[in-house]
Design a protein around this ligand. Structure first.
Ligand SMILES: *C1O[C@H](CO)[C@@H](O)[C@H](O)[C@H]1NC(C)=O
Ligand SMILES: *[C@@H]1O[C@H](CO)[C@@H](O)[C@H](O)[C@H]1NC(C)=O
Ligand SMILES: *[C@@H]1O[C@H](CO)[C@@H](O)[C@H](O)[C@H]1NC(C)=O
Ligand SMILES: *[C@@H]1O[C@H](CO)[C@@H](O)[C@H](O)[C@H]1NC(C)=O
Length: 326
C-alpha cells in the first residue's frame, strides 16, 4: 500500500525499501511516515502507532543488495537500481512488530518533539476539533497549561507544531497571534512539565472595526447582522510562519484585504526574543483564495502563488545590505 525507500545522508546510502502492508499492520491503515528512527502508522478512525524503524530494519533484513550490482531477488535477476528491476523491497515484515507507543487522536494529527519527548494531538472526538493537548511521551501525562484552545471563529483553523529550530519550543498560530511556547520542567508538582509563553506576536488590528456597524467610503452606514470572523480578510491575518535556520529568523506573512486586493507583508523576527527586525511589503497582491508558498533562504525571499488551472507565479526578492531601505 505504501512503500518507503529510506536513506542515510552524509554520505548518501540506502538503508532499505519497506512496504507498509495492510495484512501486517491492519486493514484500517490510512497513512504512514518515518521520522527520527520511528515508523509512525496511522489508522482510521483516529489511532496512531509507533514502531522502532531501526529495529525493523535490523531484524527484517532480507538481503543486502548493493546498488549497481547484480542481484537475485525472488527468482528475478537484475542490476540493483536499474530500470525496471529497481531496488528490491528488502525489508520484509511477516508480522506486526512490537508497538512502542499508541494514542488515539482526531484525524491522525499527531506530532512529536521537545525534550524530553512530548506529543501534540487533538483528542479523537468531534467536539474537540480546534483544541490541542501537549502530553509527555513517557507516561501520556498532560503538561500544565497543556490544553491549547484559541477559541477562534474562523474559516481557516489555527495550527500548531514543534519549532523546527533546536530550541524544543512549540509554535501555535491563530489569525491574529503567534504564540511561541516552551516546556518548563516542574518540581514538586502534580504536573511534570508546564507550557509557558516564550513570546507572542500580535497582528496589528484596529479595535474599531470590530463593531457591528461600519461606514462605506461614501458615508453610508452598513449594519452587519453577524459578528465578523476572526480571519475576516479586511483585518490583518497571519497566513504563514516560516523559520530560516541560517539567519535564525522567524518569517511571518500577514495579509490585509485593501479595497479588492489582499496586500501582504513579510516580517522578520528574531527567533530568540520575538523582536521585529524588518518589515518587507510585497509588491504583488496576495489573494487569500489561492494557495501560496513562501521560501526564505539567506538573502532570497520567494513567493509562489498558485491560481486555478495550475497557473503559477513565482516572485523573487533579493535583500541588499545598505543604508537605504529596500
Ligand atoms: C533560536 O532561539 C532559541 C530560543 O532562544 C534558541 O534556543 C535557539 O538556539 C535559536 N536558534 C537556533 C538556530 O536554534
Ligand atoms: C484497526 O485494525 C486493527 C487490526 O486490524 C485493530 O486492532 C484496531 O483496533 C483497528 N483500529 C481502529 C481504530 O479501528
Ligand atoms: C537493501 O538493499 C540496499 C541496496 O539495494 C542495501 O543498500 C541495503 O543495505 C539493503 N537493506 C537491507 C535491510 O537489507
Ligand atoms: C495566469 O494568470 C495570469 C494572472 O491572472 C494571467 O495573466 C495569465 O494569462 C494566466 N496564464 C494562463 C496560461 O492561463
Amino acid at each position: 500500500m505504501f512503500y518507503f525507500a529510506v536513506f542515510n545522508v552524509f554520505p548518501l546510502s540506502l538503508v532499505g525499501v519497506l512496504e507498509i502492508d495492510k495484512k501486517v499492520f491492519g486493514s484500517n491503515v490510512s497513512d504512514a511516515m518515518i521520522s527520527d528512527g520511528m515508523l509512525i502508522v496511522m489508522h482510521s478512525p483516529g489511532l496512531v502507532r509507533i514502531y522502532s524503524f531501526e529495529k525493523i530494519a535490523k531484524e527484517c533484513m532480507q538481503q543486502e543488495c548493493v546498488i549497481g550490482e547484480t542481484c537475485n531477488w525472488r527468482g528475478e535477476t537484475g542490476r540493483v537500481g536499474d530500470f525496471p528491476f529497481g531496488i528490491p523491497c528488502n525489508i520484509t515484515l511477516t508480522e506486526r512488530p512490537p508497538v512502542l507507543f499508541e494514542v488515539p487522536c482526531l484525524e491522525n494529527a499527531f506530532q512529536v518533539g521537545g525534550h524530553p519527548w512530548h506529543y501534540i494531538i487533538t483528542p479523537n472526538k468531534r467536539k474537540e476539533r480546534g483544541t490541542y493537548q501537549i502530553r509527555c511521551m513517557d507516561d501520556h501525562r498532560l503538561a500544565k497549561n497543556g490544553i491549547r484552545d484559541m477559541k477562534y471563529c474562523s474559516l481557516e483553523p489555527d495550527w500548531i507544531h514543534f519549532h523546527p529550530d533546536s530550541s524544543e519550543r512549540i509554535i501555535h498560530v491563530g489569525p491574529d497571534q503567534i504564540c511561541v511556547l516552551k516546556l518548563k520542567e516542574l518540581e514538586d508538582d502534580a504536573y511534570n512539565y508546564e507550557v509557558t509563553e516564550d513570546f507572542v506576536i500580535l497582528a496589528v488590528r484596529d479595535p474599531k472595526v470590530d463593531k457591528l456597524v461600519t461606514f462605506t467610503t461614501s458615508g453610508r452606514m452598513v449594519k452587519k447582522r453577524y459578528a465578523r470572523l476572526d480571519d475576516d480578510p479586511d483585518q490583518e491575518t497571519f497566513k504563514a510562519v516560516v523559520y530560516e535556520d541560517e539567519l535564525d529568523l522567524l518569517t511571518v506573512v500577514a495579509v490585509t484585504q485593501k479595497d479588492v486586493e489582499g496586500r501582504a507583508h513579510v516580517d522578520l523576527y528574531c527567533n530568540d526574543t520575538g523582536k521585529i527586525l524588518k518589515k518587507i511589503t510585497l509588491q504583488e497582491s496576495w489573494d487569500v483564495t489561492h494557495s501560496h508558498a513562501l521560501v526564505f533562504d539567506r538573502d532570497t525571499l520567494i513567493h509562489i502563488e498558485e491560481r486555478p488551472n495550475h497557473n503559477f507565479s513565482c516572485y523573487v526578492y533579493k535583500m541588499h545590505c545598505g543604508p537605504e531601505e529596500s
